[in-house]
Design a protein around this ligand. Structure first.
Ligand code: ADP
Length: 470
């Protein structure tokens, strides 16, 4: 028993479910059919007993009404009162048969027996099941016994038919329940199999796979839903991590190059020239603090953190000058022309280090893709009532018209080979766009191949030291 149980439990889930449901159905059918059989059996028996009792009462009634008659004279009545497969005998006090009326039931099947009180017994003659009722009889001076013997052939036949029907029903039921079990198991196991198949695909192919979701509002569809949601979160956090690494490696490159440039200057001239020493140290420290902010920013954006804070606006001319000075250190051969056409006192509604970050991305591109024309022009001007524009123009290689709509996409590079050679990864403009839009600004790019590119950044303005909400 234990061994077969262990064997069943070692089967795959589908078969385990099938075997268990079939087994339970089997037990259920057996119990149900046995109960039904017993009830019917009892019922038929009671019917037969009632019938034999009624016959007996009828005969006793007859003798009570005809006390003066001779017992032997009641033959006609008894013949009429008798039923099929039934024997009626009248015995005298000594048990001798006085009168015997039989309809198809041989007399010798049951030995005559006189009684003092009414009794009902079941007995067998070979295969025949007999119901025998004996009752004392007094008619005038005659004292004897009435015997009523009934062959329960019908009862037996009915019983057998019942047994066959029930056995067939049970067999059919078990077969049906087995098929039902298989279907049920298949239905039940299907979503689980889908789940495990998806997990296998995820293991081999990555986090983008999802389970097919049918909203049945049952536990399994809930499981699929929870699984998919969990995968969404996992994928999102994986993408965030990836983005963090990608953005970090892109964004940290320029400040590190600037610090390196200043340190090289220091090593070469700074020791003897106090003004270079002072300026380069200051610039390096500033860049280091920007690097610190940048790392915090990257971390915050990768964790999806955002909250409303207040900040002071930034002075575009001052920031542009700083960035240009830093770039001049790492790109000594370049000319940076600046045209500041913004009225005094106008500040941009963006934090200094973010404005610097955006400018560095755009300037870095202008330099990377400048070709032979080593000149970049930066212009600031007012556009509309509450907006200022920064234009960064180069006369470099430019971008073909069909590429322009895609340059703000992550990882989009027009000329992969050239971009890679320049250390590009296709991330700069995507980061710049995200930053500008965080400050409710816009960034656009106009370009013509071999003529140059103009990047225009529009940002809301604030007056002087007015604060704004990010
Ligand atoms: P990358 O890190 O490759 O420079 P960006 O997102 O900054 O990535 O730029 C996307 C692509 O747009 C670059 O690969 C380059 O082909 C093109 N591009 C950007 N700025 C300029 C520019 N000033 N001149 C020419 N092409 C540019």
């Amino acid at each position: 028993m234990r061994k077969s149980l262990m064997k069943i439990n070692a089967l795959p889930l589908k078969w385990r479910l099938t075997v268990w449901t079939s087994l339970w159905m089997c037990v259920f059918f057996l119990l149900y059919n046995s109960a039904q059989y017993l009830v019917l059996d009892r019922w038929i028996l009671i019917q037969d007993r009632n019938a034999i009792r009624t016959s007996m009462d009828e005969i006793q009634g007859y003798y009570a009404d005809n006390v003066s008659r001779d017992v032997l004279g009641s033959k006609k009545f008894l013949e009429k009162a008798n039923q099929r497969d039934q024997l009626i005998r009248i015995l005298d006090r000594d048990g001798k048969v006085m009168l015997s009326i039989s309809d198809d039931l041989p007399e010798k099947w049951v030995k005559p027996e006189s009684v003092n009180r009414t009794m009902l017994v079941r007995t067998w003659h070979e295969k025949d099941h007999l119901l025998v009722m004996r009752s004392p009889l007094t008619v005038g001076s005659f004292k004897g016994t009435i015997e009523l013997i009934r062959n329960m052939e019908n009862y037996e036949r009915l019983n057998q038919i019942l047994l066959v029907i029930m056995a067939l029903g049970a067999l059919g039921g078990i077969t049906f329940s087995m098929f039902g079990g298989i279907l049920l198991a298949r239905q039940f196991v299907k979503p689980i199999a889908g789940l495990s198949e998806t997990m296998r695909k995820i293991k081999h192919g990555g986090l983008t796979e999802r389970v097919e979701f049918v909203d049945n509002k049952d536990e399994l569809s809930k499981l699929s839903q929870v699984f998919n949601e969990m995968m969404d979160r996992l994928e999102a956090s994986f993408q965030q991590q990836n983005q963090f690494v990608e953005d970090a490696s892109h964004e940290l490159r320029t400040p590190i190059a600037i610090i390196e440039g200043h340190l090289t200057l220091l090593a070469r001239w700074g020791k003897n020239d106090p003004s270079v020493l002072e300026e380069s140290l200051k610039a390096s420290l500033e860049e280091l603090s920007r690097l610190k902010n940048l790392t915090q920013d990257l971390l915050a954006s990768s964790l999806g953190e955002s909250g409303q804070t207040e900040s002071e606006g930034s002075n575009p001319a001052m920031i542009i000058r700083k960035v240009v000075d830093d770039f001049a250190v790492i790109h000594p051969g370049f000319t940076f022309e600046t045209n500041f056409r913004l009225p005094d006192g106008i500040h941009l509604a963006i934090t200094e280090h973010h404005l610097k970050q955006i400018l560095m991305i755009v300037l870095d591109n202008a330099i990377k893709y400048s070709g032979q024309q080593k000149k970049v022009v930066i212009t600031t001007k007012k556009s509309g009532n509450n907006e200022a524009q920064l234009e960064i123009a180069d006369n470099g290689v430019g971008i073909a018209a069909d590429h322009i709509p895609h340059v703000f996409d992550r990882f989009y590079r027009v000329d992969k080979a050239r971009s890679r050679k320049m250390g590009g990864s296709g991330l700069g403009l995507a980061i710049a766009k995200r930053l500008v839009e965080d400050y409710r600004g816009t960034i656009t790019l106009a370009s013509a191949e071999r003529q140059g590119t103009v990047v225009t950044i529009s940002l809301p303005i604030v007056m002087d030291s007015q604060r704004f909400l990010i």
